[in-house]
Write a protein that binds this ligand. Structure first.
Ligand code: 13P
Ligand code: SF4
Length: 337
């Protein structure tokens, strides 16, 4: 049980290994305990829509990548507990150097972020000195530090459109989002060859069969999906965009092509509608992000209790990365996003 462990040993292991396998007293009401710690330590829990339902339910704020970074700028909390993946918690730390930023499991990475290793990206950037670099927020702090403007799936189109039409642009790391933005803006941005393992695995064939079985259903998809899926959708948008569309559209049934965590909020906000997760190209019926799902209520509790694992960044990287995030936040605010 958690109380008989040496606290220092636990803290040390949390920081080194990402997560310490601690047994928690099963009689503890984790919702109550977490709420208690939240008040005692003036902590805020920010959660992405892809988190498991319990975490979404205890969070102070649930949002997409843009909403979460905006919230991270405006919080008065002393501790930010980020229930999401590493690049998200890192973004919160970049914006809040004097606050403690915690991530329940340091191994909660991102395949898209991993697809842009800083050493290779630096070489790529050097080949195109006239290009401005717009980078999707799903990347490491090192990549943000090499970028001119960060974007998310909520504001990528508007950020690209805010630049002169003849401005050469590199868009990284998601080639699917980049191709989609090229299509809707008529630009010809140079695309880095990265992608998200979750959004690339949807089966076009199975989705078409589902659409035939449910002709009244709306197919809605995240722009990280492949072009062949996006070509047959009724609506394309960020997680917040998909959630709003599912509330506002009168249809009673939706096929949802993104990570399945979002279905929890969709169902909560529209209890009388049916949400079907778009099937992937394997034997599963749904599509979970293995990184997002590393966070659990138990890990959230341990993290808040021991204030560990904590996000630590090199100051020079943080300052350089902040410039490109600030630019995004500035443009988003000026456009009312
Ligand atoms: P948004 O939060 O911008 O919708 O992006 C989804 C995603 O893949 C986060 O990892
Ligand atoms: Fe990264 Fe994809 Fe998981 Fe989002 S869903 S965190 S892009 S691997």
């Amino acid at each position: 049980m958690v109380d008989i462990h040496n606290d220092l040993l636990i803290k040390d292991s949390l920081q080194k290994n990402g997560f310490y396998n601690i047994e928690i007293n099963p009689s503890l009401d984790l919702f109550e305990e977490i709420n208690k710690i939240k008040k005692e330590k003036n902590a805020i829990i920010l959660a992405h829509y892809y988190q498991e339902p319990d975490i979404q339910d205890i969070a102070d704020f649930i949002g997409d990548s843009l909403g979460l970074s905006q919230k991270a700028v405006n919080t008065n909390a002393d501790i930010i507990v980020f229930a999401g993946v590493h690049f998200m918690a890192e973004t919160a730390k970049i914006l809040n150097p004097n606050k403690k930023v915690l991530l329940p499991d340091l191994k909660a990475g991102c395949s898209l972020s991993d697809s842009a290793p800083p050493v290779l990206f630096k070489l790529f950037k050097e080949k195109y000195p006239n290009h401005l670099i717009i980078t999707y927020i799903n990347c490491s702090a090192e990549i943000k530090a090499m970028s001119d403007i960060i974007c998310t799936s909520s504001n990528a189109k508007q950020i690209v459109e805010s630049l002169p039409i003849n401005q050469p642009i590199i868009f990284a790391p998601d080639k699917n989002l980049g191709a989609y933005i090229n299509k809707v803006t008529g630009r010809n941005m140079l695309l880095w060859n990265g992608s998200c393992m979750v959004h690339e695995i949807f089966s076009l064939e199975k989705i078409i069969k589902l659409k035939i079985r449910h002709p009244e259903a709306k197919l809605i998809a995240h722009p990280e999906c492949e072009e062949s899926i996006l070509a047959i959708t009724d609506y394309i948008g960020s997680t917040t965009g998909l959630l709003k569309y599912s509330q506002q559209n009168p249809s009673k049934i939706f096929i949802v092509a993104t990570e399945t965590g979002i279905l929890h909020q969709m169902q909560k906000l529209s209890p009388n509608k049916t949400f079907i997760p778009a099937p992937p190209n394997n034997s599963c019926a749904c599509n979970n992000c293995p990184y997002m799902k590393l966070n659990t209520l138990e890990k959230l509790y341990i993290t808040m209790k021991y204030e560990n694992p904590e996000i630590i960044l090199k100051e020079d990287i943080r300052i350089a990365a902040k410039k490109s995030i600030d630019k995004m936040l500035e443009i988003s605010a000026s456009l009312g996003l």
